[in-house]
Design a protein around this ligand. Structure first.
Ligand code: FAD
Length: 400
């Protein structure tokens, strides 16, 4: 047995890096392992929106689905407070800007959605109010004349997805964590007091060697790979993978201070500090698949031209100034949601010492997830009731 540690974090996205940082800062011997590079997947490919309102995907399926999705609000409120101090705690800029977020409506149906949503969100303690057109003329004159109302959440904004996880990773290293890239978890054996984990490490020339690490605790922070990794621990961790489209425009003078979303279509918009505008909001792309039809997460996913056009159309219809701004780059990233839109956060059933978090807006919720995981790993109880996010909830229901 060559190596021992207190915690192995599997996955070097934002969630894994933040978890490794908190645990190492609290005194644990931490190994963070990623099969590729830090921030190479969803955490580095996403829109960087810090959204605390319910997203369109949560309200489009009707009021009951929205009520279930709103059960994640304690996590959102916790994450909002953590993002407010994260740059100071990490000691590096993360591109956090919180000038507020608007979810806009263009017709009476969508205004009804906004009002229902605001009431639901306020019942959980989120500060949201519905603005009429006259108020929007003052606050957001860049919005199209067809926008008749919007919900404003002052907490919303963005962070820089390109830099947040690497900065958290550096903080983890400064706190004493070991980070290994090109280091893939391939096996897990239960031993007294913990796990023997097998990693396949590869060098730049593609040569591989296996390494075993004994650890008391494991955190799975593996995004779309979570369900597959659960199987190594004989655990069911059901997630639904989604491939999504993102577009970034060329630079234009700053005119868009808010995060802009839409109550009737998939859309998120924001202007970065460098002047580019990031356009996303959940337009589907096509997951790469292997010969058996199973998603192949290690391959490149495929753009769907209709999504690119639909996303651009929604953006221009909402913020007409974008019509004259060229798109610079379009890409696809993959992420997970759970079947009920609530995240999976907590201990992995049947695998003592193993914990998981994934699902949904895990960039926004990353700091909250990481804090909860670090508490669970060290045997402290979480400050937030994790029952609604229990990773075993689908398994238990299916056996009733
Ligand atoms: C296009 C797009 C836009 C999005 N927009 C937003 C947004 O605006 N706001 C928001 O809150 N969320 C957004 N999301 C979701 C968000 O990006 C993800 O929920 C979040 O980044 C997940 O972070 P993570 O650290 O859990 O996973 P990831 O960043 O995917 O990291 C997981 C890591 O695990 C590693 N790994 C997997 N298997 C193994 C293994 N066997 N051994 C070692 N390492 C392994 C992978 O290599 C990867 O680096 C978006 C997602 C996409 C794709």
């Amino acid at each position: 047995m060559s190596e021992r540690c207190d915690l192995v974090v599997v996955g070097g996205g934002l969630l894994g890096c933040l978890t490794a940082w908190i645990a190492a800062r609290d005194g644990a011997r931490v190994l963070l392992a990623d099969k590729d590079q830090v921030n190479q997947h969803a955490s580095g490919q996403n829109a960087g929106s810090l959204h605390f309102q319910l997203e369109y995907r949560m309200v489009e399926a009707g009021p009951e689905a929205a009520r279930v999705a709103a059960e994640a609000m304690p996590l959102h409120l916790d994450a909002a407070a953590r993002w407010a101090r994260l740059e100071d705690e990490i000691g590096e800029p993360l591109g956090v800007r919180r000038a507020g977020g608007l979810m806009v409506a263009e017709n009476a149906d969508q205004v009804r959605t906004l009002r229902f949503k605001a009431e639901l969100e306020r019942s959980w303690g989120l500060d949201v109010r519905t603005l009429d057109r006259a108020e929007l003329d003052v606050l957001a004159p860049y919005l199209a004349p067809g926008v008749v109302a919007a919900n404003l959440s002052p907490l919303e904004g963005k962070a820089d997805a390109r830099t947040a996880a690497p900065a958290a990773c550096r903080a983890a290293v400064r706190a004493g964590a070991t980070v290994r890239t090109r280091c893939r978890l391939t096996g897990a054996d239960r031993v007294p007091g913990g796990w023997d984990l097998t990693f396949r490490e590869s060098d730049r020339a593609g040569r591989t060697q296996d390494r075993t690490v004994r650890t008391s605790a494991v955190v799975l922070a593996a995004g779309v790979w979570t369900t597959g990794l659960g199987a190594l621990f004989h655990a069911e961790l059901p997630t639904v993978p989604l491939a999504l489209t993102m577009t970034v425009t060329s630079r234009i003078p700053r005119f868009l201070p808010h995060l802009v979303q839409h109550a009737g279509t998939r859309l998120s918009l924001k202007q970065s500090a460098d002047g580019t505008v990031l356009v996303g909001g959940g337009w589907p792309a096509r997951l790469a698949r292997d010969a058996d039809g199973a998603p192949a997460f290690d391959r490149k996913h495929h753009l769907v031209p209709r999504s690119v056009a639909g996303n651009a159309g929604a953006a221009v219809r909402t913020v007409p100034a974008l019509e004259r701004v060229p798109a610079l780059r379009i890409w696809v990233g993959a992420t997970t949601v759970a079947p009920d839109q609530l995240p999976l956060v907590g201990p992995v059933a049947g695998a003592p010492g193993v914990f998981v978090a994934t699902g949904g807006s895990a960039f926004t919720l990353g700091p909250s997830f990481a804090h909860l995981l670090a508490r669970l790993v060290s045997g402290r109880s979480p400050e937030i009731d994790l029952a609604p996010y229990d990773p075993a909830r689908f398994t238990e229901r299916s056996t009733v």
